[in-house]
Design a protein around this ligand. Sequence first.
Ligand SMILES: *Cc1c(COP(=O)(O)O)cnc(C)c1O
Length: 379
Amino acid sequence: MKFATKAIHAGQEPDPTTGAVMTPIYQTSTYWQKSPGEHKGYEYSRGTNPTRKALEDCLAAIENGKFGLAFSSGMGATDAVMKLLKPGDEVITGNDLYGGSYRIFTKIFANYGIKFHFLDLSNPDNMLPYINANTKQIWIETPTNPTMQIIDIEACAKIAKAHQLLLTVDNTFASPYLQNPLDLGADIVMHSVTKYIAGHSDVVMGALVVNDEDLYKKLWFIYNSCGATPGPQDAFLALRGIKTLHLRMKAHCENGALVAQFLKNHPKVEKIYWPGFQDHPNHDIAKKQMRGFGGMISIVLKGADLQETFRIASSFKVFSLAESLGGVESLINHPATMTHGSIPREEREKVGVTDNLLRLSVGVEDIEDLLEDLKEALK
Ligand SMILES: *Cc1c(COP(=O)(O)O)cnc(C)c1O
C-alpha cells in the first residue's frame, strides 16, 4: 500500500464488537480474564492497550517497519533506547541535537557510566576514530535541530553494520512522509510524535519503529518495565492526526519553500538554514534521502543583539512565539533561550546556535498571510 492509504487505514480495522469505523478509545487500565492467564491478548494497559496498538501498527506501517512502540513523549522513547546500554558503553552522536536529547545524554545517562561523543557527522567518516570495543550505538538526527545539517543515513548505516553498532535516527524533523530511515539501513527510528505526526499541537507523545523482532522484544520489555507509555486518548488523537499527515506535509513543504525563498533575499537575514537550497552543504544528500525539504527553517538576523532578536521574535501576529514545531500553525522559536537553553553557550555557539538565531516552523496557513507577517516583523 502507498503512504496515504497506510496513513488512513493501517492498524485500524472496524471494531469487532460494534463495527465502529474509528478505533474506539479503550479507556481501561485492565482486562477481564476467564481464568488466570486466559485472556484476549490484553492484561494491563501499561503494557498493552487496543487503541495504542492500532496507533503502533499504523506508525510501523508509515515508517516501512514491522514493529511500532508508542511512548508518553519523545524523551520517553529516547530513554528506552538508551536503556539498552550498560555502564561503560559508548555512544556516538551529532553535535547539533535537540536540547532535550543533549540533556538526557549528558545529565542523566552520563551518570550511569555511559560515554557520549558529540561529533560533526556532516561527514560520517568523522566517527571512525571514535569507534572502539565499548562503542554500542550511533544516534543521529537529520535534519538537525536547529541548524538543518543533513547527515547521510545510508553512510552511517554502513559504518554501523561494519562495527555491529545500533543506529537510531531521530526522524522528527522529516516525518515518515519525507524520509524512512529503516529503508536506508537504520535499526531504530525515533519520533517525537508531538510534532508533525500528531500535527495539531495538542498531544505529547513519542515512538520507536524497528524491523528486528529481538530488538522489538528488548524495547518492549523496557517500555513495559519502565512504564513511559501513553494513554488511549492521546493514542486516538495521534491516530486522527496521522490521517492527514500526507496532506499537511505537502502544504508544509510548499509554504516552507516560499518562506525560505522570501527570507533568503531579505536584507535583515544574514544566514538561512534550509536543506532545499542548492548551496546547502549537504543538499545532494538531502535530495537522495528525503522526498521534500519540509517546513523547518532557521535564520540568523543581521547585526541583531539579543534584545533586538527578542523584539523581532515577539512582534509576529500569525507566527506564535512558542517551543515545539510541526503543527498546522506556524511557530517561531528562539533556540538559545528556549528549546536549546539546556546546552552550554560555548557548545551551542560552536554549531551556530547564536543569540540572533530564530527557528521557524512554517505551518499550513495561507502563504500570503505568512509572508506579510514576516515582512512586518522584520521591518
Ligand atoms: C521535540 C523533540 C524531541 C522530544 O520529544 P518530546 O515529545 O517533546 O518529548 C526529540 N527530538 C526532536 C528532534 C524534537 O524536536
